[in-house]
Design a protein around this ligand. Structure first.
Ligand code: S3P
Length: 180
């Protein structure tokens, strides 16, 4: 099956982008992020899409962005924290090398806090994060081949744990970029 070498899922603030970029460097491949793809398509930041057009519109853009990235990208791919809410996205991820980056609530509030760029946590981060995780934890687990806990680990340690879990070669180019 062609497609991404690694797909990172997990809640906002867990470090998908930081770890994803590190992993791409270690694997000698490219990094792609569906949040960035949605922003490029919409021509505005995610918070503005939520406020101007609403969450449903954002989710539709996100679903299309995931579909395109899974079809086109052969490197490391990060999905926005809510992408797994969509059933067709979850089906698309079946049998893919999906890693769930997890963290506990204290770590989440420390890392995300009152970050207005993340509209879903803008009012009461601790309570909202708990509610989001109650709704989503089983979805992350369902799509993931493996779970890597990020609490008290540096991004480098998390990247190493992902490489180990997926048994990917450290530092070697994947060789998949040129595979027909
Ligand atoms: C969201 C997570 C964000 C972004 C949007 C919604 C979510 O992505 O897609 O703010 O529903 O959890 P990150 O997980 O990359 O922050």
């Amino acid at each position: 099956m062609s497609g991404p070498l690694v797909v990172l899922v997990g809640p906002m603030g867990v470090g998908k982008s930081t770890v994803g970029e590190l992993l791409a460097g270690r694997l000698g491949t490219g990094y792609r992020d569906t949040d960035a793809d949605v922003v490029a398509t919409a021509g505005k930041p995610i918070a503005e899409i939520f406020y101007d057009e609403g969450e449903d519109h954002f989710r539709a853009l996100e679903r299309d962005a995931v579909r395109a990235a899974v079809a086109e990208h052969t490197g490391v791919l990060s999905l926005g924290g809510g992408a797994v809410l969509d059933e067709s996205t979850r089906a698309l991820l079946a049998d893919r090398p999906v890693v769930y980056l997890s963290m506990d609530v204290d770590e989440a509030v420390k890392r995300v806090g009152l970050n207005t760029a993340r509209p879903l946590l803008a009012v009461n981060p601790r309570r909202q994060w708990r509610e989001l995780m109650e709704a989503r934890r089983h979805l992350y687990t369902e799509v993931a081949r493996t779970v890597v806990a990020t609490d008290e680990r540096t991004p480098e340690e998390v990247a190493q744990a992902v490489l180990d879990a997926l048994e990917l070669p450290d530092g070697a180019p994947s060789g998949r970029e040129n595979t027909p």
